[in-house]
Ligand binder design. Structure first.
Ligand SMILES: C[S@@+](CC[C@H](N)C(=O)[O-])C[C@H]1O[C@@H](n2cnc3c(N)ncnc32)[C@H](O)[C@@H]1O
Length: 219
């Protein structure tokens, strides 16, 4: 199941609080239903293809991670992405400390179990209104965690309040080859929203298909 198939309403324009509360409740239910019906760790992170393709589609995030630091994955699901990024970064001589939030409590429980020594670094929270108690060297997010209308303010708040001074906001956009859904040109998109990106990367297949696009903004 692809990310986009889970978010049919992701581009709706909502403004009032009641509508927003309903939107997030609906989204939370969709993720609970989709991710918790299986013990497969990949499916619990929304991935339906092979581990090799997972690495191909996710390792590109590390293009924006040149040095050691605290890495917060917003929407961490069961923590699989963090575990893999830590392993792949280690192969490059970079050490990351995992942190995560997710609005599905059962997924946060799974993430804590994956990182017993860092369990305190995981929290149940809605990215939209979460108040962090610390700031992070790297903060990774997807746009779709909030309705389209709220995305610029969401990104600005994360950059100002969640990313540490000198740190980096990393934004990914995932495509789905099976559904022929291309990722957003996230670098261009962030620039159009007024953010000054400082780098970008993509997972480019030999035939030209782009699985993931990622771009980052420094604080
Ligand atoms: C596609 S998975 C991402 C997993 C992993 N971070 C990755 O990038 O591969 C999306 C996760 O974000 C969580 N999520 C979606 N919207 C959220 C929000 N507003 N606040 C917190 N978590 C959210 C979902 O529960 C789900 O576990």
């Amino acid at each position: 199941m692809s990310w986009t198939s889970l978010t049919p309403k992701w581009n709706c324009a909502l403004s009032d609080e009641e509508a927003l509360t309903g939107w997030f409740a609906g989204q939370r239910q969709v993720f609970e239903d989709a991710y918790l019906q299986t013990d497969d760790p990949y499916k619990q992170s929304g991935w339906g293809s092979t581990p090799e393709r997972w690495r191909f589609g996710r390792e590109v995030i590390l293009d924006g991670v040149p040095r050691d630091g605290d890495f917060l994955d917003i929407g961490c699901a069961n923590g699989l992405l963090l575990a893999c990024l830590i392993e792949w970064a280690g192969e490059r001589g970079v050490t990351l400390t995992p942190h995560g939030i997710d609005f599905v409590p059962e997924l946060v429980k799974l993430a804590k179990a994956r990182f017993p020594e860092n369990a305190a670094n995981f929290e149940v929270a809605n990215a939209f209104d979460w108040q962090p108690s610390q700031q992070y060297t790297y903060v990774h997010t997807l746009l779709e965690y909030v309705p389209k209308k709220q995305q610029p303010a969401y990104l600005q708040r994360v950059l100002d309040e969640v990313v540490a001074p000198g740190g980096r906001l990393i934004v990914s956009s995932y495509g789905s080859r099976g559904k022929n859904e291309k990722p957003l040109d996230i670098d261009f998109h962030l620039q159009m929203l007024g953010f000054r990106t400082t780098g970008c990367g993509n997972s480019l297949e030999p035939d030209g298909w782009v699985a993931t696009r990622v771009a980052w903004v420094d604080r």
